[in-house]
Design a protein around this ligand. Structure first.
Ligand code: GUN
Length: 291
């Protein structure tokens, strides 16, 4: 069993980006500037956004955090989005999801200018991705692809079973892995909450990408020997004995499944750090495309 060390690879990617930023500075060029909009005080979102902003500082990017109260109206948020679209100083920005229930998420994501949409969530960018055109690839699937590439995992002709069909992970990773190219050319099955006999699919899978958000869901008897496991789930499980009052766990029962796997991502330290690194990569690309 080998660990797919997302923390190590994400640090490598961040170092590579930092070198490019230092060169930009030396040439007297503007450095990439990422903004993040956070509405409300969801604990996990606060952690993610904080981590994104800290990473920007570390690699020499400019960053701006726009933290709006939970009661922010849709109109006010759309105005904020328009301001960011018009602000030439901002190369790329994200609106952290989930948004409060009174705000129409689709309307907000549609308002983000595609050239600044470093999350790759706008239909224009999602469409370009599906067509294999150059665009911003959503950070989590981009991170999974990069992890597979850097560990030289053979995916060609392999049966990949994706669990979950979300717009952020399941859907895009299924598109990317079935395309031509490195870490791709796979035969992909997308499974979801309405799939009958999920185990029948997972037992036959060479590669499993689980993006379900259900702690310890995938057990040893559901996978075959030598499987590659990509665990995207990160759930906070309440635990009074921990300092933070919770611990993080993935979709995969790691202790059970790891001995059967050829490669496996841990949680935390697998896909999570890769997501941040690829968001930074997209922001660097945005800066390069704008200049
Ligand atoms: N919420 C969970 N993942 C993401 C992400 O990749 N981007 C944004 N904007 N929100 C998220």
């Amino acid at each position: 069993m080998n660990i797919l060390d997302g923390r190590k690879i994400s640090n490598q990617i961040k170092e590579e980006i930092a070198v490019e930023v230092a060169q930009m500075k030396e040439r007297g060029e503007k450095v990439p500037h990422l903004a993040a909009v956070l509405v409300g005080n969801d604990g996990a979102s606060l952690t993610y956004v904080g981590s994104k902003v800290r990473s920007c500082k570390k690699i020499g990017f400019e960053s701006t955090l726009i933290h709006l109260p939970e009661e922010t109206t849709e109109v006010d948020l759309l105005r904020q989005v328009e301001d960011l679209n018009a602000n030439p100083d901002i190369d790329g920005y994200i609106v952290q999801l989930p948004l409060p229930k009174h705000i129409d998420e689709e309307k907000v994501l549609m308002a983000v200018h595609p050239d600044k949409d470093v999350d790759g969530f706008h239909p224009t960018n999602f469409g370009k991705m599906a067509l294999g055109m150059e665009t911003f690839i959503p950070a989590t699937p981009f991170g999974i692809m990069e992890l597979l590439r850097r560990y030289d995992i053979e995916t060609e002709g392999k049966h990949t079973v994706v669990i979950g069909r979300s717009n952020i992970v399941g859907r895009p990773i299924s598109v990317l892995m079935s395309q031509k190219g490195k870490a791709a050319n796979a035969t992909v099955t997308v499974t979801h909450s309405r799939t009958k006999d999920l185990t029948e699919f997972t037992q036959k899978a060479d590669i499993i990408v689980s993006a379900l958000g259900s702690p310890d869901f995938l057990k040893a008897d559901m996978v075959k020997e030598g499987v590659v496991i990509i665990d995207v789930g990160i759930t906070r499980v309440p635990d009074e004995t921990r300092e933070k009052g919770y611990y993080l766990t993935g979709d995969v029962d790691f202790d059970q499944v790891a001995p059967k796997a050829s490669y496996i991502t841990p949680v935390p330290g697998g896909v999570g750090p890769m997501t941040i690194a690829m968001l930074l990569k997209n922001t660097l690309l945005a800066r390069e495309r704008h200049s």
